[in-house]
Design a protein around this ligand. Sequence first.
Ligand code: PCA
Length: 194
Amino acid sequence: MGVLLTGFEPFGGADTNPSWEAVRRVPEEIAGYRVVKLRLPTVFGQAAELLRGEIARLRPEVVICCGVANGRTSLTPELVAINYRHARIPDNAGQVFLDQPIDPDGPAAYMTRLPVHGMVDAMQAAGLPASLSLSAGAYVCNDVYYALLGCEEAYGHRGLFLHVPGTDVADASQAARGIALCAEMALNDVAANK
Ligand code: PCA
């Protein structure tokens, strides 16, 4: 297998989610590797479970999960996933979590082992707005990221979360180019460190 890419369904009353609109537009093959795409529900716990199941089934080398972060002014690879849920906006199942751990027995945080600084540089060099983010928040995106990095040892993939900005900052085809660039760099990194 090659790359598993995910985006989210709409949430918070929106009709579309720019993360899924971008993921849909990524080519089906990157650097000779197959690309599989999956749309995740914006639901705490459920999205993470679905993701883990697909990783176990497909055994991809690289997994890049994408979500929208409205208000951001660039494409932002996320360095860190934290063991924390805190959001006033309900998820799509109506759940609200305030000030709680994701996993009471889990580590406080995980950091991606993929080259996020190089990804930012590559996206900028391609003329895309990009910068590093040090927090994926405490809503469903962070929940999925914590699960993604937490199962790397079990399944052997390398994971990254990438937040895309609103479409006023980067339209779907620009965001798709950014995702494809990050995926290519991740695949190269994995191949170089085999
Ligand atoms: N963004 C939300 C969840 C789904 C999405 O696209 C977040 O940043 O947590």
